[in-house]
Design a protein around this ligand. Structure first.
Ligand code: HEM
Length: 402
């Protein structure tokens, strides 16, 4: 049976190319700006590729760690997630309150069911394995918070919930909560399969988990309490500390196995530059250092974060997931190539350059999206070829009608 979540992730990887093309054409003012398209562009990657891929692989990883049989596909969860996504895709551009609430609720239920499903795999016994399960569960809990705040962003829930800066709370819960923790858990599970060695000892992994989880809490509560520095700063320090530690361990393990000879290892490592950069800029914005355009950074940096960090991480792992769970190839390798590596990092860098050069922002932005578009095509091509091969194989294996 082919993993339907991963098929959807490959599908949205292709759809994301169309959204990037729109960014190029609007930046050159060749087509008019269309309200809602920036939302689609971001969420084709975050919900379409990242969330689908997470739903597809987390049960398999958890089962593996608990020496349990891979669980059967949860079609109820698949249906809830994907119907929610389609309803949101219709509701967001038209800012239709009913559709936004319906879409957000369907995805919220899907995530809740996934949490319960993961907890129940292998009879729910304590994992003796890598300790990745707590990363996945905590990441998904932050996703629930992100969904509540995100659904309320254009619906007016922020006031009754007393959220000071709701968009920032949404971004922080999803980026520093959900994506950071799930990526860290995936690294804990992936590295032994790729290199034959664990990423770190269980104690170190546990310390990274607590620093990340508590750091994310500070980073979510900070903007919730209208930028309270007493929770934001400790959160920032804990989260950066954990991320840098993770990065050092990742680089050491990948280098030890000689994996830097291929682009995939570089994709994984360099992706973290694009989450650390806005974090390093944060003190300058908070302290209002002259010449640092805080408002522009807050408006534009999320795009570099999405493509440079989440996108780039997925370029490496999506082909691996497709090869392992669609093609059933036990020797699956990290994806990405030198072209996708050069273009995704160039594109993210140009997005940052556009922030500091307001006079030429349009053309620099367009150039950034051309580079990102090329990187997406390169990444989608590889995942697409693996997916197609798997689909053809499944078709040929299916009994033919007499
Ligand atoms: C049910 C799920 C979700 C809903 C309803 C939702 C809703 C929203 C809304 C309404 C915005 C504001 C757009 C604007 O003001 O321009 C937004 C922005 C954003 N969302 Fe989500 N979102 C969801 C899931 C996610 C996930 C899973 C992630 C990341 C893993 C994410 C990351 C972001 C980011 C980074 C932005 C800022 C984009 C920018 O400013 O360029 N969202 N979201």
């Amino acid at each position: 049976m082919l993993n339907p979540f991963l098929l959807m992730a490959a599908f949205y990887l292709v759809v994301a190319i169309v959204a990037v093309l729109d960014a190029v054409l609007t930046s050159f003012t060749l087509i008019p700006w269309f309200v809602g398209l920036p939302w689609l562009r971001v969420h084709f990657i975050t919900l379409g590729v990242l969330t689908e891929a997470a739903f597809g692989v987390l049960p398999a990883f958890v089962a593996d760690r608990r020496d349990a049989q891979a669980p059967a596909t949860r079609w109820d969860i698949w249906l809830l997630l994907n119907s929610g996504l389609v309803v949101l895709l219709a509701g967001m551009p038209s800012v239709n309150t009913i559709l936004i609430i319906a879409g957000g609720t369907l995805i919220f239920i899907a995530v809740t069911l996934l949490i319960l499903h993961l907890r129940g795999i292998g009879g729910g016994q304590q994992s003796q394995g890598s300790g990745s399960l707590k990363f996945y569960l905590m990441g998904l809990v932050y996703l629930l918070v992100g969904i509540i705040v995100g659904t309320g962003l254009w619906v007016g829930w922020s006031e009754p919930l007393r959220i000071g800066v709701p968009k920032e709370v949404h971004i922080h819960a999803n980026s520093w909560g959900f994506a950071s923790l799930v990526f860290a858990g995936l690294l804990v599970d992936l590295l032994p399969a790729l290199t034959g060695r664990p990423l770190a000892s269980r104690r170190t992994v546990s310390a990274i988990f607590w620093a990340m989880a508590l750091g994310a809490l500070g980073l979510v509560l900070g903007p919730w309490l209208s930028g309270n520095l007493f929770v934001t700063v400790p959160g920032l320090v804990l989260h950066i500390g954990a991320t840098v530690a993770l990065l050092i361990l990742l680089a050491r393990t990948l280098r030890g196995a000689g994996l830097y000879a291929r682009a995939g290892a570089w994709h994984l490592s360099l992706s973290y530059l694009w989450i650390l950069l806005p974090v390093m800029m944060a003190p300058l914005i908070i302290l209002k250092v002259a010449n640092v355009p805080g408002a522009e950074i807050e408006a534009t940096a999320p795009q570099a974060l999405i493509y440079g960090w989440m996108g780039q991480f997925l370029y490496a792992v999506a082909p691996y997931f497709a090869a392992r769970w669609l093609l059933r190839n036990p020797q699956a390798r990290l994806g990405g190539n030198w072209l996708s590596l050069a273009t995704v990092n160039l594109g993210a860098a140009l997005i940052w350059v556009s922030i500091f050069l307001p006079g030429v922002r349009g053309p620099v932005h367009a150039a950034a999206y051309i580079a990102l578009g090329v990187s997406l095509v390169a990444a989608a091509w590889e995942t697409g070829v693996i997916t197609l091969t798997a689909l053809r194989r499944a078709e040929q294996a299916a009994p033919q009608p007499v």
